[in-house]
Structure formats: C-alpha cells, structure tokens
Design a protein around this ligand. Structure first.
Ligand SMILES: Nc1ncnc2c1ncn2[C@@H]1O[C@H](COP(=O)(O)OP(=O)(O)O)[C@@H](O)[C@H]1O
Ligand SMILES: [Mg+2]
Length: 373
C-alpha cells in the first residue's frame, strides 16, 4: 500500500517530458533537417518564417532550389557528413531569387541513426549586430562631444574676435569692400552655428518623462510643412492607442526632425516625382532584444518609422551612416544622424535602417514610460 502511494507521488514529481516535436515547433530558432540528397525533411515554424516558405512546399524542395551551389553552406554540409561532428559557420550570406539573408550563423550536426541527414540551425545575427553597431555609434558620438568642447573653446572665441573686427571695418570701407566684410561675418556665423550644433553632443543631463510621440510627430510635421517639406506629401499612419514614451520631448523632436529633414532632402535632391514621407507608429508586442556581451534585455515596444520613396542611401556611406561628418550632400554637416544615434542611445532605444531605391525607412524603437531600462 505504502509503495503504491509513493509511486503515484513520484510520477507527479517527474512529469512526462513534452513531445520533442512540440518542443522543436515552439523553438524561436529556425531548425531544418536535410536528408542525404539535401531534400528538406523537416522545418520548424521559425524556419518556415525565416525562409518564407511553408513546410508543405519545402517538402518538395532541395537546398539547391533555394541557394546557388557555390554557396559555402554546401561545403559546411559536406564537412558535417564527412567528419560526423557539429560545425558552425558565421557570417554566411544566403542570396538567391527567393531568399536574401546576410550575416547568418549556421550550426549543423549529423542526425544520429539517419545516415547522411544533417540538422541545421540558422540564426540571423544581424539584429544583434545592429545593436552592436549602435553601441559603437554611441562611442563615436562621445568623441564628437569631446571634440566639440575643444572646438567651442578654441574656435568660437577667436571667431567672435574676427566677427567683431569685420563689423568695425564695415563702418569705414566703401560699398565694394563691404561685400568682403559681409562675407567674413556670414562665414564666421556659419562656423559658429556648426560648432553650436556639435555642442549638442555634450553630456548635459536632460529631464525625462511621459512624452506623447504623436504630439512630437505632429509638431515635426508642422515644422516640415511650413519649411523644407512645403511641397512634399507627408502621410501619417498612427496607432492611436500607443502608450507614452519615456523620454525628453525636445530631444525627440530633434531626432524626428533630423530624420524627416533627411527624407525631404533625399526627395528634393533626387527629384523624386510624387515624393512622399510616411510617418508610422505601432506597438510591438513581446519583442525583446538582447544586448551583445551582457545579460540585459531591452523591451522597446514603441516603434516609430520615417519612410520616404526617394533614391535611397548611397551604397558607399551605408556602413558609416551614423558616424559624425559622414554626408553625401555638398554642404551637409553629417551631424544629423550622429546626433540621432546619440539621443536614441541615451534614451535606451534603438534605431535601424533599411534602404533601397524607392524606399528608405528609419525605424526607431523606444521604451515605454513604465519600462525605464
Ligand atoms: N532618407 C534618406 N535617403 C537617402 N539618404 C539619406 C537619408 N537619410 C540620410 N541619408 C544619407 O545619410 C547622410 C548623412 O545624413 P546626416 O547625418 O543627417 O547628415 P547630412 O544631412 O548633413 O548630410 C546624408 O548625407 C545622406 O547621404
Ligand atoms: Mg541631415
């Protein structure tokens, strides 16, 4: 009698493990199994999403149908079969008419008891890399802050002397020479304005609180429509139930103004017919981002995007887009996006960009009021 009671209790304490197929299906990491002829024998839900193909369709496909045969993934698979060990390869690109993925980490293992079959785990590390880059943008912004402090001292003081001298001269020269004194004054003002903009990188503490991002966007839209974007169409696509952002209103105005201004300039310089800027807000449920090299998890559910249908970001500056002084414009300062990156990082947020001709989108992820990181 005693023993049977014990047995019942024991069974309750160690419940039967869930079905392994259910575990695989629920895994948020793409997993596929290929047979000895590289046919897809299995793909979990995450893999279907990753590849953009249902498992029913995958069942009729071979890897070669998705990826050209010179892709290093085939070498990886051959090595796994030959050595019968787990091998991983980083930074693979999978590019074909059906699929375009970069910065993929693939881990593969032979499947025990199934000769020639390999299990592949595919991971898109580009989101983590984005975050990594974000961290380095931040340090780039710091070095700008240091430089701005030096410039403010070493440049602004002598400049005000030069400006004052030009103003004095103005009173005693003829009209023709006055053009020159005007030039000196205007150029001195331009340099002062540039240094002032750089000083915005300083580490002054700012107040944070509840900010209604729709009010910020409305303000930015009004500024744009009454100035640099007067002839452009600005479309809004807002989620009215969006909670407040935890942030600084003036800084967020600055961020969005810089993004909208860049969008407007790309449309104007690119002579885009039917130029349009679209502002969107949305709530991202349940997305958490891990920070590389730490156990921090960011919960940034508020997404704000600024999209334009302009020519796209020039290829040669994409990798350094958020660095200071990177600009493709004849008189651009290249400080706009560096300041955006700095403010977003100070807010504990994240910014991503996606650009191709006809569609450039800057996506901003911000913390909600109750979720100060
Ligand atoms: N929406 C956009 N479309 C195309 N290119 C863009 C866009 N936003 C930014 N860029 C590119 O990024 C560069 C850097 O932008 P930014 O830091 O604001 O400096 P600036 O506007 O002074 O050039 C721009 O010169 C431009 O080449
Ligand atoms: Mg700019």
């Amino acid at each position: 009698m005693k023993r049977s009671v014990l047995r019942v209790v024991g069974r309750r304490d160690t419940p039967r493990p869930p079905d392994s197929a259910a575990i695989l299906a629920a895994m948020p990491i793409p997993v596929v199994v290929l047979d000895a002829e590289d046919r897809f024998r299995f793909a979990n839900d995450a893999a279907e999403q990753f590849l953009g193909i249902s498992s029913a369709s995958l069942a009729n496909l071979r890897l070669i149908d998705l990826v050209p045969d010179d892709n290093p993934i085939f070498l990886l698979i051959r090595q796994i079969r030959a050595a019968e060990v787990t091998i991983s390869e980083h930074d693979l690109s999978i590019e074909s008419p059906r699929l375009k993925k970069h910065g993929i980490t693939v881990q593969g293992s032979p499947l025990a008891g199934e000769p020639g079959s390999v299990l592949l785990i595919l991971q898109d590390v580009s989101a983590a890399r984005q975050l990594d880059r974000q961290m380095s943008f931040r340090s780039a912004a710091r070095s700008v802050a240091g430089m701005a402090a030096v410039l403010a001292h070493e440049v602004k003081n002598p400049l005000s002397g030069i400006r004052g001298a030009a103003q004095l001269l103005e009173t005693s020269v003829n009209d023709q020479d006055r053009e020159l004194t005007d030039l000196i004054r205007d150029e001195a003002d331009r340099i002062t304005a540039l240094v002032d903009r750089m000083e915005a990188f300083g580490e002054k503490p700012v107040d944070r609180g509840a900010v209604n991002i729709h009010r910020v966007l409305e303000h930015v839209r009004r500024l744009a429509k009454s100035g640099f974007a007067a002839d452009l169409r600005i479309t809004e696509n807002y989620d009215p139930s969006l909670p407040h952002v935890n942030g600084n209103r003036d800084q967020l105005v600055q961020v969005l103004l810089n993004l909208v201004k860049n969008a407007a300039e790309s449309l104007t310089f690119g002579n885009t017919p039917f130029g349009e800027i679209t502002l969107t807000t949305s709530f991202q449920h349940g997305v958490r981002l891990s920070v590389p090299g730490s156990d921090q998890r960011l919960h940034l559910p508020l997404a704000v995007t600024v999209r334009d249908n302009g020519p796209g970001i020039p290829e040669d500056i994409r990798d350094n887009l958020f660095d200071a002084f990177v600009s493709s414009k004849p008189s651009g300062s290249g400080l706009g996006l560096a300041l955006v990156a700095k403010i977003v990082a100070d807010h504990g947020g994240l910014i991503e960009v996606d650009s191709r001709p006809g569609r450039t989108e800057f996506r901003l992820f911000l913390p909600m009021l109750s979720e100060t990181p």
